[in-house]
Design a protein around this ligand. Structure first.
Ligand SMILES: *[C@@H]1O[C@H](CO)[C@@H](O)[C@H](O)[C@H]1NC(C)=O
Length: 286
Protein backbone atom coordinates (compact mmCIF):
# COMPACT_ATOMS: atom_id res chain seq x y z
CA UNK A 1 0.00 0.00 0.00
CA UNK A 2 2.71 2.43 1.03
CA UNK A 3 4.69 1.61 -2.07
CA UNK A 4 1.75 2.57 -4.29
CA UNK A 5 1.43 5.90 -2.56
CA UNK A 6 5.07 6.68 -3.03
CA UNK A 7 5.04 5.68 -6.66
CA UNK A 8 2.03 7.84 -7.32
CA UNK A 9 3.50 10.93 -5.68
CA UNK A 10 6.70 10.26 -7.54
CA UNK A 11 4.91 10.02 -10.84
CA UNK A 12 2.70 13.02 -10.37
CA UNK A 13 5.68 15.16 -9.46
CA UNK A 14 8.38 13.73 -11.63
CA UNK A 15 7.14 11.49 -14.37
CA UNK A 16 4.49 13.67 -15.85
CA UNK A 17 5.19 14.18 -19.51
CA UNK A 18 4.38 17.82 -20.00
CA UNK A 19 3.00 19.02 -23.29
CA UNK A 20 -0.26 20.67 -24.19
CA UNK A 21 -2.93 20.47 -21.49
CA UNK A 22 -6.57 19.59 -21.82
CA UNK A 23 -9.15 22.31 -21.55
CA UNK A 24 -10.91 21.79 -18.32
CA UNK A 25 -13.66 24.34 -18.85
CA UNK A 26 -15.52 26.01 -16.08
CA UNK A 27 -17.96 23.24 -15.42
CA UNK A 28 -15.83 21.04 -13.19
CA UNK A 29 -15.28 21.39 -9.47
CA UNK A 30 -12.92 20.00 -6.87
CA UNK A 31 -14.46 17.76 -4.25
CA UNK A 32 -13.08 15.60 -1.47
CA UNK A 33 -12.74 11.93 -2.48
CA UNK A 34 -15.57 10.27 -0.53
CA UNK A 35 -14.76 7.72 2.12
CA UNK A 36 -16.94 5.10 0.45
CA UNK A 37 -14.50 5.08 -2.43
CA UNK A 38 -11.88 2.90 -0.76
CA UNK A 39 -10.11 2.25 -4.01
CA UNK A 40 -8.83 5.84 -4.23
CA UNK A 41 -7.75 6.42 -0.67
CA UNK A 42 -4.12 7.01 0.19
CA UNK A 43 -3.21 7.71 -3.40
CA UNK A 44 -1.27 10.86 -2.63
CA UNK A 45 -4.10 13.41 -2.93
CA UNK A 46 -7.49 13.88 -1.33
CA UNK A 47 -9.48 15.99 -3.78
CA UNK A 48 -10.77 14.99 -7.17
CA UNK A 49 -12.42 16.67 -10.15
CA UNK A 50 -16.11 16.22 -10.83
CA UNK A 51 -17.32 15.37 -13.46
CA UNK A 52 -14.49 12.88 -13.71
CA UNK A 53 -12.82 11.42 -16.78
CA UNK A 54 -15.38 8.60 -16.93
CA UNK A 55 -18.09 11.21 -17.50
CA UNK A 56 -19.73 10.61 -14.12
CA UNK A 57 -21.44 13.78 -13.03
CA UNK A 58 -22.56 13.03 -9.48
CA UNK A 59 -20.67 11.65 -6.52
CA UNK A 60 -23.28 8.93 -6.10
CA UNK A 61 -22.54 7.73 -9.61
CA UNK A 62 -18.79 7.82 -9.04
CA UNK A 63 -19.08 5.76 -5.84
CA UNK A 64 -21.46 3.25 -7.41
CA UNK A 65 -19.39 2.70 -10.54
CA UNK A 66 -16.11 2.50 -8.70
CA UNK A 67 -17.25 -0.29 -6.37
CA UNK A 68 -17.29 -2.75 -9.25
CA UNK A 69 -13.59 -2.02 -9.75
CA UNK A 70 -12.66 -2.44 -6.15
CA UNK A 71 -12.17 -6.19 -6.54
CA UNK A 72 -9.90 -5.77 -9.51
CA UNK A 73 -7.72 -3.32 -7.60
CA UNK A 74 -7.44 -5.79 -4.72
CA UNK A 75 -6.21 -8.54 -7.02
CA UNK A 76 -3.09 -6.44 -7.71
CA UNK A 77 -3.32 -7.59 -11.30
CA UNK A 78 -0.91 -4.78 -12.23
CA UNK A 79 1.14 -2.53 -9.94
CA UNK A 80 -0.51 0.53 -11.50
CA UNK A 81 -4.11 -0.66 -11.68
CA UNK A 82 -5.12 1.55 -8.76
CA UNK A 83 -3.37 4.59 -10.15
CA UNK A 84 -4.82 4.00 -13.59
CA UNK A 85 -8.41 3.66 -12.37
CA UNK A 86 -8.17 6.50 -9.86
CA UNK A 87 -6.76 8.87 -12.46
CA UNK A 88 -10.03 8.28 -14.32
CA UNK A 89 -12.55 7.89 -11.51
CA UNK A 90 -11.01 10.45 -9.16
CA UNK A 91 -8.73 12.68 -11.27
CA UNK A 92 -6.33 14.83 -9.33
CA UNK A 93 -7.49 18.40 -8.91
CA UNK A 94 -4.95 20.35 -10.94
CA UNK A 95 -5.53 23.05 -13.53
CA UNK A 96 -5.75 20.49 -16.29
CA UNK A 97 -7.04 16.95 -16.51
CA UNK A 98 -4.22 14.45 -16.60
CA UNK A 99 -5.12 11.32 -18.50
CA UNK A 100 -3.25 8.08 -18.07
CA UNK A 101 -0.87 7.47 -21.00
CA UNK A 102 -1.90 4.90 -23.58
CA UNK A 103 1.09 2.78 -22.60
CA UNK A 104 -0.07 2.66 -18.98
CA UNK A 105 -3.54 1.66 -20.14
CA UNK A 106 -2.11 -1.09 -22.34
CA UNK A 107 0.05 -2.41 -19.51
CA UNK A 108 -2.84 -2.50 -17.07
CA UNK A 109 -5.23 -3.95 -19.65
CA UNK A 110 -2.86 -6.74 -20.66
CA UNK A 111 -2.41 -7.82 -17.04
CA UNK A 112 -5.91 -7.21 -15.74
CA UNK A 113 -8.19 -8.18 -18.64
CA UNK A 114 -7.54 -11.90 -17.94
CA UNK A 115 -8.69 -11.36 -14.35
CA UNK A 116 -11.87 -9.62 -15.54
CA UNK A 117 -12.39 -12.48 -18.00
CA UNK A 118 -12.03 -14.92 -15.12
CA UNK A 119 -14.94 -13.14 -13.45
CA UNK A 120 -16.93 -13.26 -16.67
CA UNK A 121 -16.43 -9.66 -17.82
CA UNK A 122 -14.79 -8.17 -20.90
CA UNK A 123 -12.44 -5.18 -20.77
CA UNK A 124 -14.94 -2.33 -21.06
CA UNK A 125 -15.29 0.00 -24.03
CA UNK A 126 -15.00 2.99 -21.68
CA UNK A 127 -11.40 1.96 -20.98
CA UNK A 128 -10.40 1.44 -24.59
CA UNK A 129 -6.71 2.32 -24.59
CA UNK A 130 -6.90 4.09 -27.95
CA UNK A 131 -8.85 6.83 -26.21
CA UNK A 132 -5.86 7.79 -24.12
CA UNK A 133 -3.04 10.09 -25.21
CA UNK A 134 0.14 8.75 -26.73
CA UNK A 135 3.14 9.01 -24.47
CA UNK A 136 4.57 12.16 -25.99
CA UNK A 137 1.54 14.14 -24.75
CA UNK A 138 0.92 15.14 -21.16
CA UNK A 139 -0.16 12.02 -19.38
CA UNK A 140 0.49 9.72 -16.46
CA UNK A 141 3.25 7.28 -17.37
CA UNK A 142 4.26 3.89 -15.95
CA UNK A 143 7.56 3.01 -14.45
CA UNK A 144 7.99 0.02 -16.69
CA UNK A 145 11.32 -1.20 -15.38
CA UNK A 146 10.16 -1.36 -11.83
CA UNK A 147 7.11 -3.35 -12.88
CA UNK A 148 9.15 -5.89 -14.84
CA UNK A 149 11.42 -6.31 -11.87
CA UNK A 150 8.59 -7.01 -9.45
CA UNK A 151 6.87 -9.17 -11.99
CA UNK A 152 9.87 -11.40 -12.37
CA UNK A 153 10.60 -11.94 -8.71
CA UNK A 154 7.26 -12.92 -7.25
CA UNK A 155 5.15 -15.84 -8.41
CA UNK A 156 1.64 -14.81 -9.34
CA UNK A 157 -1.73 -16.46 -9.03
CA UNK A 158 -3.68 -16.72 -12.27
CA UNK A 159 -7.14 -17.65 -13.43
CA UNK A 160 -7.48 -21.41 -13.36
CA UNK A 161 -10.12 -24.12 -13.32
CA UNK A 162 -11.31 -24.69 -9.79
CA UNK A 163 -10.24 -27.98 -8.30
CA UNK A 164 -13.11 -29.93 -6.76
CA UNK A 165 -13.45 -29.31 -3.05
CA UNK A 166 -13.05 -32.67 -1.35
CA UNK A 167 -15.04 -33.01 1.81
CA UNK A 168 -13.34 -36.05 3.23
CA UNK A 169 -9.85 -37.37 2.81
CA UNK A 170 -10.27 -40.92 1.59
CA UNK A 171 -6.95 -41.73 -0.06
CA UNK A 172 -5.22 -44.86 1.08
CA UNK A 173 -1.66 -44.22 0.01
CA UNK A 174 -1.45 -41.02 1.85
CA UNK A 175 1.49 -38.87 0.77
CA UNK A 176 1.58 -39.89 -2.90
CA UNK A 177 -1.49 -37.80 -3.61
CA UNK A 178 0.53 -34.75 -2.62
CA UNK A 179 3.66 -35.58 -4.57
CA UNK A 180 2.61 -33.67 -7.69
CA UNK A 181 2.57 -30.53 -5.60
CA UNK A 182 5.13 -28.70 -3.55
CA UNK A 183 3.21 -26.51 -1.18
CA UNK A 184 0.29 -26.94 1.15
CA UNK A 185 -1.35 -24.21 3.17
CA UNK A 186 -4.14 -24.33 5.67
CA UNK A 187 -6.45 -21.41 4.95
CA UNK A 188 -9.18 -20.11 7.19
CA UNK A 189 -11.75 -18.17 5.20
CA UNK A 190 -14.30 -15.76 6.58
CA UNK A 191 -16.87 -13.94 4.54
CA UNK A 192 -17.55 -10.42 5.78
CA UNK A 193 -20.21 -8.06 4.56
CA UNK A 194 -18.60 -5.09 2.84
CA UNK A 195 -19.11 -1.50 3.96
CA UNK A 196 -21.12 -0.60 0.90
CA UNK A 197 -23.77 -2.57 -0.96
CA UNK A 198 -25.71 -5.56 0.28
CA UNK A 199 -24.35 -7.89 -2.38
CA UNK A 200 -20.72 -7.13 -1.71
CA UNK A 201 -18.58 -9.34 0.46
CA UNK A 202 -15.01 -9.27 1.53
CA UNK A 203 -13.15 -12.48 2.03
CA UNK A 204 -10.66 -12.55 4.83
CA UNK A 205 -8.10 -15.30 4.94
CA UNK A 206 -5.59 -16.50 7.42
CA UNK A 207 -2.82 -18.72 6.10
CA UNK A 208 -0.74 -21.28 7.93
CA UNK A 209 1.99 -23.36 6.30
CA UNK A 210 1.81 -27.12 6.18
CA UNK A 211 4.59 -27.40 3.63
CA UNK A 212 6.22 -24.26 2.40
CA UNK A 213 7.74 -25.61 -0.82
CA UNK A 214 8.88 -22.70 -2.95
CA UNK A 215 6.53 -20.19 -1.37
CA UNK A 216 8.11 -17.22 0.33
CA UNK A 217 7.13 -16.96 3.97
CA UNK A 218 6.28 -13.25 4.03
CA UNK A 219 4.43 -13.09 0.71
CA UNK A 220 2.26 -16.15 0.99
CA UNK A 221 -0.69 -14.67 2.84
CA UNK A 222 -0.93 -11.93 0.23
CA UNK A 223 -0.53 -14.33 -2.69
CA UNK A 224 -3.20 -16.68 -1.42
CA UNK A 225 -5.49 -13.71 -0.91
CA UNK A 226 -4.86 -12.68 -4.51
CA UNK A 227 -5.52 -16.21 -5.70
CA UNK A 228 -8.85 -16.16 -3.87
CA UNK A 229 -9.79 -12.80 -5.39
CA UNK A 230 -8.79 -13.74 -8.92
CA UNK A 231 -10.43 -17.13 -8.74
CA UNK A 232 -13.62 -15.68 -7.33
CA UNK A 233 -15.69 -18.59 -8.64
CA UNK A 234 -13.65 -21.08 -6.61
CA UNK A 235 -13.79 -18.83 -3.56
CA UNK A 236 -17.56 -18.57 -3.78
CA UNK A 237 -17.80 -22.34 -3.68
CA UNK A 238 -15.62 -22.42 -0.60
CA UNK A 239 -17.60 -19.75 1.26
CA UNK A 240 -21.23 -20.64 0.79
CA UNK A 241 -22.16 -19.74 4.34
CA UNK A 242 -21.01 -17.04 6.72
CA UNK A 243 -19.36 -19.50 9.04
CA UNK A 244 -15.56 -19.38 8.85
CA UNK A 245 -14.29 -22.40 6.95
CA UNK A 246 -10.89 -24.06 6.93
CA UNK A 247 -9.38 -25.62 3.83
CA UNK A 248 -6.16 -27.26 2.82
CA UNK A 249 -4.91 -25.83 -0.46
CA UNK A 250 -2.31 -27.93 -2.19
CA UNK A 251 -0.48 -26.74 -5.25
CA UNK A 252 2.72 -25.79 -6.98
CA UNK A 253 4.51 -22.93 -8.64
CA UNK A 254 5.17 -23.42 -12.32
CA UNK A 255 6.88 -20.78 -14.45
CA UNK A 256 6.10 -18.09 -11.93
CA UNK A 257 2.41 -19.02 -11.71
CA UNK A 258 0.80 -20.34 -8.56
CA UNK A 259 -1.50 -23.26 -9.30
CA UNK A 260 -3.80 -24.82 -6.75
CA UNK A 261 -4.31 -28.49 -7.62
CA UNK A 262 -6.28 -29.83 -4.71
CA UNK A 263 -8.62 -28.41 -2.13
CA UNK A 264 -9.69 -30.33 0.98
CA UNK A 265 -12.15 -29.17 3.53
CA UNK A 266 -10.32 -29.26 6.86
CA UNK A 267 -12.61 -30.79 9.41
CA UNK A 268 -11.51 -31.68 12.88
CA UNK A 269 -13.04 -35.12 12.73
CA UNK A 270 -11.10 -35.88 9.55
CA UNK A 271 -8.10 -37.44 11.25
CA UNK A 272 -6.94 -38.96 7.94
CA UNK A 273 -6.22 -35.53 6.54
CA UNK A 274 -4.29 -34.41 9.61
CA UNK A 275 -2.31 -37.62 9.50
CA UNK A 276 -1.63 -37.31 5.77
CA UNK A 277 -0.29 -33.77 6.10
CA UNK A 278 1.90 -34.76 9.03
CA UNK A 279 3.34 -37.68 7.08
CA UNK A 280 3.90 -35.55 4.04
CA UNK A 281 6.29 -33.26 5.85
CA UNK A 282 8.74 -36.12 6.19
CA UNK A 283 7.88 -37.97 3.02
CA UNK A 284 10.36 -38.20 0.13
CA UNK A 285 8.48 -38.08 -3.12
CA UNK A 286 9.86 -40.29 -5.89
C1 LIG B 1 -16.94 -17.42 -13.21
O1 LIG B 1 -18.30 -17.09 -13.14
C2 LIG B 1 -18.74 -16.15 -14.09
C3 LIG B 1 -20.18 -15.79 -13.79
O2 LIG B 1 -20.95 -16.91 -13.47
C4 LIG B 1 -18.56 -16.73 -15.50
O3 LIG B 1 -19.01 -15.87 -16.49
C5 LIG B 1 -17.07 -17.01 -15.70
O4 LIG B 1 -16.82 -17.57 -16.95
C6 LIG B 1 -16.55 -17.94 -14.59
N1 LIG B 1 -15.11 -18.08 -14.72
C7 LIG B 1 -14.47 -19.25 -14.80
C8 LIG B 1 -13.01 -19.20 -14.93
O5 LIG B 1 -15.06 -20.31 -14.78
Amino acid sequence: MLLTVKILVFIVSGFLRVGTGFDIGLSTKCVVIPKEMDMCHEIGYSEMRLPNLMGHTSMAEVVLKSTTWQHLVHTDCHPHVRMFLCSLFAPICLDTFIHPCRSMCVGVRDSCAPVLACHGHAWPESLDCNRFPADEDMCLASLTKEYKYLHKVLPKPACQTCPAVEELFTHKRVPEVFCDSNFAVKVKLSKKRAVIGDQEYNIECHVEFITQGSLLPYETQHMIQQWLLINENCTQRMTQTHRPMVYLLVGKIEEGIILVNQIYRWQRRDSQLTLATQKWRYHKCL
